[in-house]
Design a protein around this ligand. Structure first.
Ligand SMILES: Cc1cc2nc3c(=O)[nH]c(=O)nc-3n(C[C@H](O)[C@H](O)[C@H](O)COP(=O)(O)O)c2cc1C
Length: 200
């Protein structure tokens, strides 16, 4: 599928065929494509919790307004991110680069994040968004459907997946086969309203 068609035909799909299953290999391929999303300073803070345990899915559904896609989609991913990658991984992710680049990154990363909890959280969540969209487009490119979700109790889902202290949840993404065609898009804003030429 051409990338334009994948973007145009991706919709937030709520009803999935529960009998349709993706294999572990198919899921991993999608997850690996999602992992190619860009991240600030290549820190790759995102952690993808792929929930395949049916009981855990049912518990998540209970704290997510009973949304059917949580149990019925073939794949459910809780897109999380570390807020301390800037401190833990800055050296590791630049190991293959020439020394001057490593030295520069070391200083730049520290200056950008140290003592700035909001920046640390902002970047974690920004990365979650980019990874989630990459996952959804990768899925669409393979003829699959998806749904991004924030309609759930974040604290409750965090407890259910044993979210570590130094992580945040960005959103969840369901992936599978839809059972009905999505209704036509409504309410899309015009290019004149959304695109600002040079300055507000
Ligand atoms: C961050 C985010 C959270 C969303 N949460 C939910 C959700 O919890 N449940 C749901 O059914 N749709 C959810 N949606 C889907 C939006 O309602 C949908 O993307 C929007 O209405 C536009 O429709 P489209 O994606 O089909 O173009 C969410 C979308 C985003 C980006």
């Amino acid at each position: 599928m051409h990338i334009d068609d994948a973007i145009r035909s991706r919709r937030a799909v709520k009803l999935y065929d529960p009998a349709f299953a993706l294999s572990r290999e198919e899921k991993d391929e999608l997850l690996q494509l999602a992992m190619l999303a860009p991240s600030a300073y290549n820190l790759q803070p995102v952690r993808l919790v792929e929930v395949s345990d049916p009981q855990l899915r049912a518990h998540i559904r209970e704290v997510a307004s009973n949304q059917a896609q949580i149990t019925d989609a073939s794949m459910l991913v809780v897109v999380c991110a570390r807020t301390d990658s800037w401190e833990k991984d800055a050296k590791r992710v630049w190991e293959g680069a020439p020394q001057p680049v490593r030295d520069y990154m070391d200083g730049a990363i520290d200056a950008y994040y140290r003592g700035k909890p909001q920046t640390q959280r902002d970047e974690a969540l920004r990365s979650c968004g980019l990874t989630a969209q990459t996952l959804m487009l990768a899925a669409r490119g393979k003829g699959l459907d998806s749904c991004p979700m924030i309609g759930f109790d974040f604290d409750a889902v965090g407890k259910l997946i044993n979210l570590p202290e130094n992580h945040v949840i960005g959103l969840m993404v369901a992936v599978g086969k839809q059972t009905a065609e999505a209704k036509p898009r409504v309410g899309k804003l015009s290019i004149d309203e959304v695109v600002i030429r040079d300055r507000f």
